[in-house]
Design a binder for this molecule. Structure first.
Ligand SMILES: O=C(CO)[C@@H](O)[C@H](O)COP(=O)(O)O
Ligand SMILES: [Co+2]
Length: 219
């Protein structure tokens, strides 16, 4: 599968979200990654369905919504209605992962499952037939701009082997740069989330150069 780049809007200028969305699309983004944090599952708070709904008209790209909230189930419908195309829930966020994934597909959306760096690959063994994407965190979730955790590269290989010939993408999130991207792509990843490495510089030209540098590193 072609490697896709999903800039995380967490590192964009929240006061200019519509402009930032347009700029990142022109700069070459494939997907838009949206980090939803609740101050409970992770030690930070970002935004929820109303903000995603407000952003929706300003981009035609796939909205990849990364839920760092617990519980997630009561809010899935609201995120689907707000315009999420793919909704990912953490395996660590509740006791009924299979139910959450069924609910996402029941809403007509693609379903993703996320693992924190310390969670073993085996945690998703019995839900692989319910997902379109596995998101492996290469930082502890909650903040942008953290350092890539290299131990996760081994987990990417394990998940790739577990997936076999199922049409499931492997997405990596946290500390992705032109230096770390080749490590995870070689291990089997095909979607790269990048926040600080894409939005550094603060202009559309810088975003285009930053995306091109990540793309070139895995070409
Ligand atoms: O989910 C998260 C953080 O919890 C991410 O999506 C970050 O936004 C990635 O930021 P960088 O590590 O690329 O700066
Ligand atoms: Co994320």
């Amino acid at each position: 599968m072609t490697t896709l780049i999903a800039p995380s809007m967490l590192s964009s200028n929240f006061a200019r979200l519509a402009d930032e969305l347009a700029a990142i699309e022109r700069a070459g983004a494939d997907w838009i990654h949206l980090d939803v944090m609740d101050g409970h599952f992770v030690p930070n708070i970002t935004f929820g369905p109303p903000v995603i709904k407000a952003m929706r008209p300003y981009s035609k790209l796939l909205f990849d919504v990364h839920l760092m909230i617990a519980p997630a189930d009561p809010f899935l419908e609201a995120f689907a209605e707000a315009g999420a195309d793919l909704i990912s829930v953490h395996a660590e966020a509740g006791p009924h992962l299979d139910r959450s994934l069924q609910a996402i597909r029941g809403l007509g959306k693609q379903a993703g499952v996320v693992l924190n760096p310390s969670t073993p690959a085996e945690a998703i063994e019995y839900v692989l037939d319910r997902v379109d994407l596995v998101l492996l965190m290469t930082v502890n979730p909650g903040f942008g701009g953290q350092a890539f955790i290299p131990a996760v590269v081994e987990k990417v290989k394990r998940v790739k082997a577990m997936i076999g010939d199922r049409p499931i993408r492997i997405e990596i999130d946290g500390g992705v740069t032109p230096e770390t991207a080749p490590l995870v792509v070689a291990a089997g990843a095909d979607v790269l989330v990048a926040g600080s490495a894409v939005f550094k510089g603060g202009t559309e030209d810088a975003y285009a150069k930053n995306i091109a540098a990540i793309r070139a590193s895995v070409a």
